[in-house]
Design a protein around this ligand. Structure first.
Ligand code: C5P
Length: 230
């Protein structure tokens, strides 16, 4: 089943501390964003990539993907918050079918997870990738434990998040009109009372956020190389 994907890549990457957009940092001699883009460029079911960037980064991005990919990639200017960047992407998307949102900073998403998300979004309207929480989670007030939360029902939410176009557009329009800012797309959809299904993903699908994440990223790449040799 075909789909389009919005890739927000317009952040400043402050927590990575590189001094420039972290998506240009090298991973196995290629920028992080190149890894992420390639997953969708290679997927025949993905018929459009909407890459959301800061205008200042445009030349650097254009150097990364070759001219022959221009037909599949549409470039859009980002906003001051991730949600605004995704909204700009949404306005540039085809207004039908299944649409995914996937962070540029998650270069390890597996093709099988994407496939399942697309299927679930088509059947149920909204589906998101997630993994069960491993650590014990506590609510803390002023550096003192207020509550231990039952871990058995807690999931750590990732991207991709997949939707029927109309569901995501309505959710963003409503959030905009009510000045609501969420930390993911699903939060906007949940606010409309629309159910959101979970697709079990894997722990490799990390978001490269702080410098330590680059060590994990190298280890994941090594593991995948070893697996492909065996
Ligand atoms: O900062 P963080 O890693 O959580 O951002 C997630 C993704 O959203 C990144 O790929 C980043 O480039 C993107 N983003 C964006 N526009 C913003 C902020 C973040 O496209 N204003």
């Amino acid at each position: 089943m075909n789909y389009q994907v919005i890739i927000p890549a317009a952040g400043s990457g402050k927590r990575m501390g590189a001094g420039y957009n972290k998506l240009f940092l090298p991973l196995d001699n290629r920028p992080i964003i190149d890894h992420t883009l390639n997953i969708f460029l290679k997927d025949a079911c993905c018929n459009r990539i909407i890459l959301v960037i800061q205008p200042n980064d445009k030349i650097l991005f254009e150097e990364i993907f070759k001219k022959d990919h221009y037909s599949k990639i549409r470039i859009v200017d980002g906003g001051s918050e991730r949600q605004y960047s995704v909204y700009n992407g949404l306005k540039a998307a085809d207004n039908k079918g299944i649409i995914l949102v996937h962070d540029g900073a998650r270069p390890f998403i597996q093709a099988e997870t994407i496939k399942q998300l697309v299927r679930f979004a088509s059947d149920y309207g909204a589906a998101i990738a997630a993994v069960p929480v491993k650590d014990t989670i506590k609510r803390v007030n002023a550096m003192e434990v207020a509550e231990t939360i039952d871990r058995s029902s807690l999931w750590q939410i990732q991207t991709p998040q997949a939707f029927r176009y109309s569901v995501l557009k309505d959710a963003h329009d409503q959030a905009k009109s009510e000045d609501f800012l969420g930390t993911d797309e699903a939060a906007l959809v949940e606010r409309m009372g629309h159910p959101v299904k979970i697709v079990a993903s894997d722990y490799d699908n990390i978001k490269l956020t702080t410098p330590e994440d680059l060590y994990f990223a190298k280890a994941i790449l090594e593991k995948r190389k070893e697996n492909s040799y065996n």
